[in-house]
Design a protein around this ligand. Structure first.
Ligand code: MN
Length: 295
C-alpha cells in the first residue's frame, strides 16, 4: 500500500514532533502507510506560530547525507547556515534548497528581527545513487514559476509541472507545488502524488482535507480536483530502497553506523557550521535492531 500504482484516496493523520529547540511540527511523511512519494521522503508542516518574544525556530547544527532539504515558508523568515559557509535569510515563497551529497551540516534559526508569525514546510528529497555520493551544494531562489489553471494557481517550487520548471536542481522526475484556488490541476499520470492542506480546510479529490492530514492519492491520475490552499508533492515512483535514520538517507545499516560515527567523533566529514549561537546536535543512540532497507 505504500506504493499504489493506481489512484487511491486515503486520508492519513500526521504525528506531532518537536524539532530543534521547541518547534512543534506535523510530520506527514514518512509514516507506516506512506514511506515515499516519488523521491520525496520527508514532509513536516509547522505553524502558523507566533514567534515574537519566543525562541521561534532554533535547529542547531546537524548533519545530512543522501538527500536534499527543501524549506518553503508561507510566512515569516529563517536564517540558513551550512558547512559550505552559506549564510542566507529565507523569506516566504523563496526556495531554500540544500543538496547534501555525501555529507553536509547546517542550522536553521529564526532571525532576531523576525516577523511575528512563522509558517512553513520542511521537505526532503532522496538523492538517487548517481548523485548521493557527490559534493554538497546550496541554492536560494527567489523567483519561482507560477502556472494558472482557471481559478487555480500553482507555484512550482521544485521540479516540473505543466511544462514549467523550477530553477532548483533536481535529480529525479518530481514536483513540489503550492496550490491555491478552486479548480482542476493536471498531474503526471505515471507519478504518485499526495496533497495536504496548508491552512484551514481544503477539498482534495472530492474529499475534505484538514491541516494535519495528508491525502495519499496513488498514481495513475490525469488530474486532481482542488479547492483551498494545499501543497501537492509528486514524482516518479522510487526504485531504490532507502534506510532513513535521524538525518541520514542511506541504503544500508552500515552506512548509517558510519555516518553517525563520523558525526559524533567529528572526523570533519560533515564540515563545520560557523556562527550558530549554541552547540551542535548529538546523534541519538542506535537501536539494537539492524536497520533494513524499505521502499
Ligand atoms: Mn536539517
Amino acid at each position: 500500500m505504500s506504493h499504489p500504482h493506481e489512484p487511491v484516496h486515503e486520508v492519513l493523520e500526521s504525528r506531532a514532533f518537536e524539532v530543534g529547540d521547541g518547534t512543534e511540527v506535523r510530520r506527514l511523511v514518512p509514516q507506516r502507510r506512506l514511506r515515499t512519494v516519488g523521491a520525496w521522503c520527508f514532509a513536516d508542516h509547522y505553524g502558523p506560530d507566533e514567534v515574537t518574544g519566543a525562541a521561534g525556530m532554533q535547529v542547531p547544527p546537524h548533519p545530512h547525507m543522501g538527500l536534499q532539504t527543501v524549506s518553503w515558508l508561507l510566512e515569516g523568515a529563517i536564517v540558513h547556515r551550512d558547512s559550505l559557509g552559506s549564510l542566507q535569510r529565507v523569506g516566504p515563497r523563496e526556495l531554500s534548497l540544500m543538496t547534501s551529497g555525501d555529507a553536509i551540516s547546517h542550522a536553521e534559526e529564526s532571525p532576531p528581527d523576525r516577523p511575528p508569525v512563522l509558517h512553513g514546510v520542511q521537505l526532503w528529497v532522496a538523492l538517487p545513487e548517481s548523485r548521493r555520493h557527490g559534493l554538497p551544494a546550496y541554492e536560494h531562489h527567489t523567483d519561482l514559476p507560477q502556472v494558472t489553471h482557471g481559478a487555480l494557481t500553482a507555484t512550482v517550487f521544485l521540479g516540473t509541472h505543466a511544462g514549467v520548471t523550477s530553477p532548483g536542481s533536481t535529480w529525479s522526475p518530481l514536483v513540489g507545488m503550492e496550490v491555491v484556488g478552486d479548480g482542476v490541476l493536471p498531474l503526471e499520470s505515471d507519478w504518485e502524488h499526495v496533497a495536504f492542506a496548508l491552512e484551514g480546510t481544503a477539498e482534495v479529490d472530492g474529499g475534505v482535507a484538514e491541516v494535519g492530514e495528508v491525502v495519499q492519492l496513488g498514481a495513475g491520475r490525469e488530474d486532481l480536483q482542488v479547492a483551498g490552499h494545499v501543497m501537492v508533492l509528486g514524482g516518479e515512483p522510487l526504485e531504490e530502497q532507502l534506510v532513513l535514520w535521524w538525518n541520514f538517507v542511506c541504503r544500508s545499516n552500515d552506512e548509517v553506523v558510519q555516518a553517525r560515527e563520523d558525526w559524533e567523533s567529528s572526523t570533519g566529514r560533515f564540515g563545520t557550521v560557523v556562527g550558530y549561537p549554541g552547540p551542535a546536535l548529538s546523534a541519538p543512540p542506535l537501536g539494537p535492531v539492524r536497520l533494513m532497507p524499505r521502499s
